[in-house]
Design a protein around this ligand. Sequence first.
Ligand SMILES: [Mg+2]
Length: 238
Amino acid sequence: MLTTVVFDADETLLDLRPAVTGGLVAVLDEMRRRAPAASEVTLAELESDWGAVFGDLRTAPVAEIRRAALARSLARAGLNDHLDEVVALFFARRFALTRPFPDVPAALATLRSRYTLGFATNGNSRTERCGLAGEFAFEVYAHDNRLPKKPAPEFYAAVVAAAGVPAEQIVYVGDSWEHDVVAPRRAGLRSVWLNRHGLPRPGDLMPHAEVSSLADLPAALAALPAALADLRVDEVGV
Ligand SMILES: [Mg+2]
């Protein structure tokens, strides 16, 4: 029996990309205000700085990765001494612009009548800063109490503990194939892949369901089989 639906945050419930872009635009404006050399710096370069630092900081808190990326951006214009204020500027803008996708409110309202709803993220999109305060029975954040990030098994164990029900009663819903489909299944949860952009499946594993919009999620969950007896991990290749 499925009792609990747990959502990834960024790019699943939250339209993060415009918020991050808006934060970086504010940073670039500030850099250009402070230093003539910053007129040569582009938004694309600021966007690339995240990718340049991410590999070495993969398991670090997201705020720490962003800080390292912004340090790299400021160095492009010799503005290294302004890191603290630029980090604050970025996050103020990023959170001010963070909104749920349009399909979120109705989906949560429908699902809440049938399931316990949870929120579990690697990022720093805390519900109260992103227009989702009070929507969930429980919230799990990587790095709270030293909790490792997805796809660490400890993360999904914390989700199960927060839900207070056996793993097989929980479905994890998210946009990341690795974090929200493969790893939850390995931990004994069910998974729904939210594929908003019609991407090909990155692997052979079958999610328990795939939807292109959260509007389709209530029907997809209602159609799931009640039991998981046919879904041994060694059979599905995770
Ligand atoms: Mg995501």
